[in-house]
Design a protein around this ligand. Structure first.
Ligand SMILES: [Zn+2]
Length: 303
């Protein structure tokens, strides 16, 4: 049953309980699902691109908060946009993200509810980690275009999906960039959900998540073999992933993992000075592809 009361409620809340608007949004949503073939995405074969997306855009679910909400970690400071676009394209990235969200909605929420009965679970909590971010990376126009399009899409297709966002390890320059560039794109409702800090383990996070479920790097106790961002640990997962996508060859066993921590750190924060030389999206066709990947699935009136 895809259209539960929860889905209707979420769309209503996102439209400030305006029933006419909510109905239009629901119709639009159904058309989008059909066009995007969202039901087939769960089985979609990414032909190995999935690993590359994970490697250059380290993102993943890891455990739950005390209310049973799955936690999505985005290591935004480690995103390598140039390498990412060399391995794959914006359309595949979008599909992969939609697949992950769809899986969360269909599978993770149910499993979390089972584990946290009688708690109702229909939202995620996000940690956006800016560790390693440079001014050049944060202000990269292609990365920002990708961010803006993805967040627009999420707001539209998965309204009220996110309970709260905490941005950790934010560098000094980030706040002014955030306020001038990103805030104007957001609704007041979304803005109110975001907390930002230069710390790695803010009190709001430590208080919201049990220590054994919170990665050690954010003040908890968990140290997953594959890095917490990749382990997919949680009530929804019977088998933990042990492959660290940033160091696949180094992480076949836990012993090797422990031995190679230094190599991992070196990889994460290596100099990205080559980025400027390869500016893939400066080619008009690639920018167009990015926009098209998001817009072509919308009904004509929304374009
Ligand atoms: Zn972990």
């Amino acid at each position: 049953m895809l259209f539960t009361r929860g889905v209707f409620a979420r769309i209503l809340v996102a439209n400030d309980f305006n029933q006419k608007k909510a109905f239009e949004r629901l119709v639009d949503y159904c058309k989008w699902r059909h066009r995007m073939q969202v039901d087939l995405l769960l089985e979609h074969d990414f032909m190995g691109k999935e690993d590359a997306i994970r490697e250059f855009m380290p993102t993943g679910f890891h455990e739950t908060d005390k209310q049973g909400r799955p936690i999505l970690i985005v290591n935004a400071g480690q995103i390598k946009i140039t390498e990412l676009l060399q391995c794959t394209n914006p359309e595949s990235i979008t599909k992969w993200i939609i697949k992950e969200l769809e899986h969360t909605w269909r599978e993770k929420f149910d499993r979390c509810e089972q584990a946290y009965k009688p708690q109702k679970v229909d939202q995620i909590r996000m940690i956006i980690d800016l560790k390693g971010a440079t001014l050049k990376q944060i202000t990269n126009k292609h990365l920002n275009l990708l961010w803006k399009e993805i967040s627009k899409e999420l707001n539209k297709r998965f309204p009220e999906f996110v309970h709260s966002i905490v941005i950790v390890n934010a560098p000094m320059f980030f706040e002014s960039f955030f306020l001038s560039e990103l805030k104007p794109q957001m609704s007041e409702r979304t803005f109110a959900k975001i907390q930002m800090t230069g710390q790695s383990s803010p009190a709001c996070l430590v208080e919201a998540v049990d220590p054994e479920k919170l990665p050690a790097v954010y003040g908890g106790l968990c140290k997953c073999v594959a890095q917490c961002v990749y382990s997919d640990k949680g009530p929804w997962s019977a088998v933990l992933n042990v492959v660290d996508f940033q160091n696949k060859q180094l992480t076949t066993t836990e012993v090797e993992f422990q031995e190679n921590i230094a190599a991992r750190e070196e990889f994460k924060f290596r100099d990205d000075s080559d980025d400027e030389k390869v500016d893939l999206l400066d080619q008009v066709s690639d920018l167009d592809k990015l926009k098209a990947a998001f817009s072509k699935h919308l009904p004509p009136e929304s374009q």
